[in-house]
Design a protein around this ligand. Structure first.
Ligand code: BEZ
Length: 251
């Protein structure tokens, strides 16, 4: 997927703003060497450095990495595949926020992270958990089926495991899971009703690949109408996020 890094920083800042609380999972110690997996535009990478660590950010998107370098030229950012990367020097910790739901090869991620960590090193982070944005996806499936652009409800392009499923993978990959939780985090969108179409445009373009550009506004408008009873409260619009947070230690 091609990212619009400027729009991401401007209208979807909630991704890294919510991510600041995810950083608490990491408990950075001064002098540690830390990898930020899925660094996006680099804002949390910078926070990690400000907490005293030596940090490298990786992201699969060249657009995001270019923006991260522009935002923080003093930091190291590299384009790399989160499911297949390696470094010569090991890390004390790998941190990740709002990234792992984009990578279906979860075993590849876990294998790469395991190899990149020192013994006893930690892997900590958050991503979309089972049921994430299920209201958004259900409304989208309904409208796409109505227009003949989807055959069934099976339109989710993301990886949203349950806590048990992901913890099992981590354990199979050689980690001891010391913390795992799944919770609702309704996420406020910017720009009121328009925020819903903007969310889909930013993150969900792959779902609408078959929809002609001329029809897309109408399709998004109908999806938004369907979501109004559940996702609008007092003029504010929300996405029904469900998060999975974890800490795992390399054994
Ligand atoms: C999320 O952070 O949960 C998310 C972001 C973009 C697309 C899907 C999920």
């Amino acid at each position: 997927m091609k990212w619009n890094a400027e729009l991401y920083d401007d209208k979807h800042a909630f991704v890294f703003q919510y991510g600041e609380s995810v950083l608490e999972l990491l408990v950075v110690k001064a002098g540690e060497r830390i990898l930020d997996l899925g660094c996006g535009t680099g804002h949390l990478t910078k926070k990690i450095q400000q907490q005293g660590a030596e940090v490298i950010g990786i992201d699969a998107s060249p657009e995001m990495v270019a923006q991260a370098k522009e935002n923080y030229p003093e930091l190291d950012f590299i384009v790399a595949n989160g499911a297949d990367f390696s470094f010569d020097e090991p890390f004390d910790a790998v941190f990740t926020n709002a990234t792992l739901h984009w990578i279906h090869d979860a075993d590849g991620v876990i294998k790469s992270v395991y190899k990149a960590l020192k013994p006893g090193g930690r892997f900590a982070g958050e991503f979309g958990g089972k049921g994430n944005v299920q209201l958004l996806l259900a409304a989208t499936a309904t409208v796409l089926k109505k227009y003949g652009y989807a055959k069934d409800n099976n339109i989710n392009p993301w990886y949203y495991p349950s806590t048990a499923e992901y913890a099992t993978k981590l354990e199979a990959g050689g980690f001891r899971v010391t913390f795992a939780t799944h919770f609702d985090r309704s996420t406020l969108l910017q720009d009121g009703r328009d925020g819903m179409a903007k969310w889909f445009n930013m993150f969900g373009s792959s779902i609408f690949k078959g929809v002609p550009a001329t029809e897309l506004p109408q399709v998004l408008n109908e999806i938004t109408d369907l979501l109004q009873p559940t996702n609008e409260v007092d003029g504010q619009w929300y996405a029904d996020y469900k998060r999975l947070r974890f800490i795992a230690i390399k054994e």
